[in-house]
Design a binder for this molecule. Structure first.
Ligand code: HEM
Ligand SMILES: [Ca+2]
Length: 737
């Protein structure tokens, strides 16, 4: 293994945009750099890379990363920025990153630059991936950075309650599952250079354009599910937000612009931030051509060092706790969590509205910065997750859970008048998290993925306690779950939000694209909130086929424009950004035969879709995981095909088995008592609705399914049909236990 002489002077400022080693997506340039003469040589794998070579790479890597950040700020300073409330800006959710996220991202850029420099010094004898495994073998790390020291977490002795940021759940690895952890991988990443460069086809040419894949394979067809309600889609998005949040890079001065104004074209390279991976739109696009749009803004996800700060390929950061722990309600960091509390009676902050019995979410202070408001009186909410205002139905579900927390806190306080605010908050939080876990594992997973499959993957609900917590299982979110498999559920989104008055004598449809980042539909009248709840359980969700609503493929976050973004093109581009291994790799990981030619896909993918794939991709190995997985036939009883089913099951297995605080874990110091657990296991989506709305008095028992002869509506006060979680099991005789 050889290293070329030090000669980094070519990295002058004006060459920067192209040569920036953390981008390096120009394959030709890389090829050139690999050809550099004068090599340092290592004869055996075991011989360490000379420490001065490593130190120099790290030092220069740091300089390069800092210069790239400076350049990003300068570009914004020169007016290459985003307009407030434009589709591209709304996609950032927030124009700044919390300081710890910023620090981790900066350190990871240093590591990636150093890795790249080290690779550039090597002889051409190694492929990108063998270089990475060589490096792993060598165990080269960045040791001195403050961030790398801070990963080591100190835990106080066994706590009955979860921490807010997810640390200390696993006693051996207290950093597992924390907010800010790197996503975990189950396959070798697909980066063109093995490190961070956007992947290319096996031939070395570009992979197919994501927008073209979206229009050809995921076109709009208004087919609804026959059984599942829109609440099923909404719960899915909510638990997604509990488990995963990858955020995009920003500069110190705000969101990153990759397109010329109004999407007229991709910015020329001298103005392009090295985090830009815009999606170009072909001239003949069926929709955007009418709006002169040739470029959709898209920016790379924040990366983070591995926990040991080793040099190697990029890892993206999960900015929320990976546990299913109600983090969208309570927040994933202490500062926000504290801001959300009312500090009295264990309650969360809420606002009251005239003529409404129950509360609403508190308001953000900078409404116009994060919402797309028509009037200053429009609501814009604050919650534990910045995606809260994305759609009115997401905000509705957040509100139901906020009300549930406060309802539970009030009951506990009545039962135990001497409990402090802190105790009430923690106990109510623990109960609400248990309800969320129960509804997800008992009700949501089975209707979506089938009972058989849950048994097969050992995640079926048990009658009372489970005893299968494993401290060896990392509960971190698998990168391909968040950046591909679970996104397939975007196909469940319907064109409209339905509302129903209490008389049920009418149904109103509101186009989704008219309501992004503006939850005012929840508050137009004192009945509006309940009208949305009635509508969402009456409306069928979209069918789980690869056809997606134009509301998300042409009009996502459109605000006042006539066009928006394309969520499916984004899903495909995000998979590439994260270096998600190809569909063929995942077939093998999930126990299918690796396909040698397109026709080998025939067992899983219908023939017309194979033909379309063959037309669009050069080689069967090039197929993106999101695309291949989405085109598979459903496994019986599930909304997913085999490959996505396997990834999603693996995730929900880890989320349960790797969570020491999972609600039905028995025989642990923090476990619920027998009587308490029996009550928690009565929780259901239907009961959550009944207990937290003013005027929804009839709900079908299975609220993730629409009403039918086999799933009729019952009165909310019919406690046999819709059981009630009785909290008297939490009454304690003294303040000491
Ligand atoms: C109207 C409803 C929804 C909208 C508007 C929406 C929109 C979005 C957007 C804009 C992103 C970020 C895209 C990117 O930058 O890569 C995203 C990510 C994602 N969505 Fe959705 N989504 C919706 C519903 C759902 C549902 C129902 C599910 C699954 C049950 C889901 C699963 C995901 C996942 C797993 C991610 C990746 C999250 C991350 O890594 O941060 N979404 N969605
Ligand atoms: Ca969480």
């Amino acid at each position: 293994c050889c290293f070329s002489d030090w000669d980094l002077d070519f990295l002058t400022d004006d060459l920067f945009s192209d040569v920036s080693p953390i981008l390096a997506n120009t394959k030709f340039l890389l090829d050139d750099l690999f050809k550099t003469s004068n090599k340092y040589c290592i004869d055996h794998e075991e011989d360490p890379i000379p420490s001065d070579v490593v130190a120099d790479c790290i030092r220069r890597g740091r300089e390069l990363a800092r210069a790239a950040a400076r350049r990003g700020n300068e570009l914004v300073g020169n007016g290459i920025s985003l307009e407030d409330a434009s589709p591209a800006m709304l996609h950032f959710f927030s124009a700044s990153l919390p300081s710890e996220v910023r620090k981790a991202s900066d350190t990871s850029h240093e590591i990636l630059s150093a890795t790249k420099l080290l690779q550039m010094k090597m002889s051409t004898g190694r492929t990108p991936n063998t270089f990475i495994s060589f490096l792993k073998h060598q165990g080269v790390r960045l040791k001195d950075a403050a961030y790398c020291q801070s990963v080591k977490v100190c835990c106080s002795s066994s706590n009955k309650y979860r921490t807010i940021d997810g640390t200390c759940n696993n006693e051996e690895h207290p950093e597992w599952g924390r907010r800010g952890a790197p996503f975990t991988r189950i396959a070798t990443p697909r980066y063109a250079d093995g490190i961070y460069a956007m992947p290319v086809a096996t031939s070395g040419r570009q992979l197919p354009n994501p927008r073209v894949l979206s229009t050809r394979l995921f076109s709009d067809q208004p087919i609804g599910s026959r059984v599942l309600s829109n609440m099923n889609m909404q719960w899915g998005q909510f638990i997604t937000h509990d488990l995963v949040f990858q955020v995009m890079e920003v500069t110190d001065k705000g969101g990153i612009q990759c397109c010329l104004g109004e999407g007229a074209d991709v910015l020329p390279s001298e103005w392009l931030n090295d985090k830009c991976i815009p999606i170009s739109v072909p001239e003949d696009d069926q929709f955007y051509r009418y709006h002169g749009v040739k470029c959709l803004n898209f920016v790379r996800s924040v990366t983070t060092p591995r926990d040991d700060c080793s040099l190697g390929h990029a890892e993206q950061m999960n900015t929320v706790t990976s546990y299913l722990d109600g983090s969208p309600i309570y927040g994933s960091d202490k500062k926000l969590a504290s801001k959300l509390r009312s500090r009295s009676g264990g309650r969360l902050r809420q606002e009251t509205r005239k003529d409404c019995l129950r509360g609403f979410l508190p308001s953000v202070s900078d409404k116009f910065a994060v919402c797309d408001l028509r009037n200053s009186s429009d609501p814009c909410y604050l919650a534990g997750d910045t995606r809260i205002n994305q759609t009115p139905t997401l905000a509705m579900l957040h509100t139901l859970l906020l009300r549930e927390h406060n309802r539970v806190a009030d009951v506990l306080s009545e039962l135990n008048p001497l409990w402090s605010d802190e105790r009430l908050y923690q106990e109510a939080r623990r109960i609400v998290i248990a309800e969320i876990q129960h509804i997800t594992y008992q009700e949501w997973l089975p209707v979506n993925f089938g009972e058989y499959y849950l048994r097969y993957y050992r995640i079926s609900p048990s009658s009372l306690y489970t005893r299968d917590y494993s401290a060896d299982v990392n509960p971190g979110v698998i990168n391909s779950f968040g950046a591909a498999a679970f996104r397939f559920l975007h196909t469940l989104i319907s064109d409209n939000i339905m509302t129903c008055p209490s008389s049920y004598n009418a149904a109103y449809l509101h186009r989704l694209s008219d309501h992004y980042f503006n939850p005012s539909l929840l508050e137009s009248t004192p009945d509006s909130f309940d009208d949305i709840v009635r509508g969402i359980i009456a409306q069928n969700e979209g069918e789980s086929d690869p056809y997606c609503s134009g509301e998300i493929t042409n009009l996502l976050f459109k605000s006042r424009n006539r066009w928006g973004m394309d969520l499916i093109a984004m899903d495909i581009q995000r998979g590439r950004d994260h270096g998600i291994a190809s569909y063929n790799e995942y077939r093998e990981i999930c126990g299918l035969q690796r396909a040698r030619c397109f026709q080998d896909l025939a067992n899983e993918i219908p023939q017309d879709r194979i033909n379309a794939l063959q037309y669009l991709y050069e080689c069967v190995d090039d197929i993106d995981l999101f695309v291949g997985g989405a085109l598979e036939r459903d496994v019986q009883g599930s909304i997913l095909g085999h490959t996505f089913q396997c990834i999603v099951a693996e995730q929900f297995y880890r989320t349960r088995i790797g969570d020491r605080y999972f609600y039905d874990n028995g025989e642990m110091p923090h476990s619920f008592t027998n009587d308490q657990l029996k009550e928690i296991k009565k929780a259901s989506m239907a009961r959550l609705i009944c207990d937290n709305t003013d005027g929804v008095h009839f709900v079908q028992r299975k609220a993730f399914e629409v009403e039918s002869a086999y799933n009729p509506k019952y009165r909310c006060d019919d406690y046999n049909a819709i059981p009630y979680v009785d909290l008297t099991a939490w009454k304690k005789p003294t303040i000491f236990d």
